[in-house]
Ligand binder design. Structure first.
Ligand SMILES: [Zn+2]
Ligand SMILES: [Zn+2]
Length: 190
């Protein structure tokens, strides 16, 4: 069993073409592939008005409530929605780095999603943020040179970014973390 997986999508993100109908909250909860698992559906796909319904279903399954925020435009609404942690798409734009500072002020964990896939400049990311080693994207870059300089600046989390049941693993992410000498940060107690 994995210690932690906080980046998982469910049918609440079914507007995302990669999500399959079998990827239900119930299935993810039953599978129990991680000791602490959290659902982080796309905030704009869940919709502000339905976030509470989403949150209730996630909590009822004994999973943590997260969300994935697509850039600064969504931050005010995303901040107002109650969650245990937030995952952020930080594009290489001033407004997105500013938004990260704002999210950090909530006092809740802020995870920078697959920065290598978005060309995030990690020098501009506040060190209070957690940096994700994302199983779906990590191998699509020269991860030694992209992440290597930052192993002491940040704490890291590993995630599956699963959109389908067979993606519920962190095999490549864990290989890379070991190679980089990164220890994962566990965000929630036992
Ligand atoms: Zn993403
Ligand atoms: Zn995602």
């Amino acid at each position: 069993m994995l210690p932690q997986d906080l980046h998982i999508h469910s049918t609440w993100s079914s507007g995302d073409a990669s999500v399959v109908p079998e990827q239900t909250i119930g299935f993810i909860a039953d599978l129990r592939h991680a000791r602490v698992a959290g659902i982080s559906d796309h905030f704009e796909l869940v919709g502000e008005d339905f976030f509470e319904d989403y949150s209730r279903e996630v909590r009822a399954a004994d999973l943590k409530v997260g969300m994935e925020i697509d850039g600064h435009d969504w931050v005010p609404a995303a901040e107002a929605a109650e969650a245990d942690y937030r995952i952020f798409h930080c594009y290489d734009r001033d407004a997105d780095y500013k938004a990260l500072n704002r999210l950090v002020e909530t006092g809740q964990p802020v995870i920078v999603a697959h920065p290598n896939a978005l060309n995030t400049n990690l020098y501009r990311v506040p060190p209070e943020c957690l940096v994700e080693i994302n199983n779906r994207y990590i191998w699509r870059c020269d991860w030694r040179s992209y992440y290597g300089p930052f192993v002491d600046r940040f704490e890291f989390v590993m995630s599956s970014d699963a959109h389908q049941p067979n993606w519920l693993n962190q095999t490549v992410a864990r290989y890379v973390a070991t190679q980089l000498g990164v220890r994962e940060k566990l965000l929630f107690g036992p």
